[in-house]
Design a protein. Sequence first.
Length: 381
Amino acid sequence: MKTTNRSIHVAVVGLGFGAEFAAIYRHHPAVRAVTLVDADPTKVATVGERFGIERSLPDLAAVLADPDIDAVHLITPIPDHARQSVAVLNAGKHCACTVPAATTLDDLQALVAARKRSGCTYMMMETAVYTREFLMVEEWLQRGELGHIQFLRGAHYQDMEGWPSYWNGLPPMHYATHAVAPLLRLAKTRGARVHCFGSGTMRDELRQAYGNPYPVETAIIQLAGQATAAEVTRSLFETARDYSESFTVLGSQGSFEWQQLEQERPVRFAYRGAAAHGRGRAMETTRIEARDFADRLPPSIARFTRQGVYDESHQHRSFMHGGGHGGSHPHLVHEFVSAVIEGRQSAIDATTAADWTAVGICAHQSAMAGGIAVEIPSFSL
């Protein structure tokens, strides 16, 4: 395992969405150098010039052979995530990877094993558990303001027409962590069992690559060690719904519900004493705006919670759709860098990443088998 003291050298692999992170690493006080990696040399040159990053390498193989590089952040196509993450860990380098961690249970097991064998830090860079809204609701729960959780709901609607070809026909639940992760993090557990149903129909060419017939999948998840259940819905194609990555928490004393439209504000519910006629209790509903959590970050990157590195003429689709993913990007970078520097596992380590990702994999298995119950494995070693 490569060890470091006060600073690290990070390679950012994939400069579409990855350009957003390259700039944040560039300004992190514990990052001494950033190397850009992309198959498109024009993109490398453009990103390097814009953000003042001079060092680059042609591919991941060159990164793994470079002894000066301590850590690698993979922002690459979904089919490559598991294989590349294992290769990074096997090379003795710390690994951050965009979601999902993998698309098969075997690959998740291989990832967990490689992490343990290498001793390196791994982090799945799940934006949904570092948004302003999530951090706010997490604080409410920690203070007991919602009581105990009675039910959880997550949804991620996104139209993927025109995106790179590997998206075509992807099983919706194979890319479900944006909806699953907030629920499991708030409940402080993993999924134990899932029933899932596919819904709707897709045109033939979208069914070919993965054998998936469903544009929409929806699941009910039993949570391990709890009486609580969670519901998750995911859509990718031929479903006329505007973009939303959302979560809802129904609590015994209060609740949080995501807004219907992204430009609206979420709602907080709380009891307001007894109802006038003694039947049920009056409810107070408040539209709320989450505070910024930039105070948790080094000053040099705190500004990225509100201002992305792109200007209006250089936006990335994920960044536009997610509104900067709720200010999550600098939090992700800071947690990964801190974990490496401190010689610890990250807040979304390989086991946690596998537990969160496995929910969607098992959910799709259930949908393809008519909704039967599928046990979700635990990846603790």
